[in-house]
Ligand binder design. Structure first.
Ligand SMILES: [Zn+2]
Length: 153
C-alpha cells in the first residue's frame, strides 16, 4: 500500500520527459532554462521530495515533449547531475544525462560590470574552458568565472 502511494507521487506519463534528481532549490531555474512556462502541453512541477542522491529534489514531468541535446545542455549551469527520462508508452526508453557544452550562448551573465555584454543589448557567449572544474571564460572580455556561481540571463 505504502509503495503504491509512493509510486503515484511520481505518476507515469504516457509520452514525454521526466526530469529527475533536480536539487530542489534549482527546480524553477530548470523551468526557466527550458522555457516550460510557454509550453502548451501538460507540465507537472514537484519539489521537496526526499532523495538519497541530492538531499531534497525536484521532479518535472512534461507530457508530449522531448528536448534537444542543445536544450538539455543549458541545464549544465544549474543542475549538472540531473537525469532526463524519456518516456514512450509509459515506459522509460532512454535516460539522458546533462552534458556540459563547449559554449554557452545567452544563458549566463558576465560578472564583469565593464563587459560590453552588460552595457549593450546583446547576448553573452562563454567558452567552457575547464569542464571538470566548471570554469567559463567570457568571449568578449576574457574574464573567467565559476559555473556554479554565475547569474542566469
Ligand atoms: Zn564579459
Amino acid at each position: 500500500m505504502e509503495m503504491n502511494k509512493k509510486e503515484r507521487l511520481v505518476a507515469a506519463i504516457e509520452n514525454g520527459t521526466v526530469i529527475d534528481h533536480i536539487p530542489a532549490e534549482k527546480t524553477f531555474q530548470v523551468v526557466n532554462l527550458l522555457g516550460l512556462q510557454s509550453l502548451s502541453t501538460p507540465v507537472t512541477i514537484g519539489y521537496n521530495f526526499s532523495s538519497s542522491k541530492v538531499g531534497c529534489k525536484g521532479i518535472i514531468k512534461v507530457s508530449d515533449k522531448f528536448f534537444t541535446d542543445d536544450e538539455i545542455s543549458r541545464l549544465s549551469v544549474v543542475a549538472p547531475n540531473i537525469i532526463l527520462n524519456i518516456i514512450r508508452d509509459y515506459e522509460v526508453v532512454e535516460k539522458k544525462e546533462v552534458i556540459t557544452p563547449d559554449e554557452l550562448s545567452g544563458i549566463v551573465k558576465c560578472n564583469n560590470p565593464k563587459c560590453i555584454t552588460n552595457n549593450e543589448p546583446m547576448s553573452t557567449i562563454f567558452n567552457v574552458v575547464n569542464k571538470s572544474r566548471g570554469i567559463l571564460k567570457c568571449h568578449y572580455c576574457d574574464k573567467e568565472q565559476q559555473m556554479d556561481k554565475v547569474e542566469l540571463c
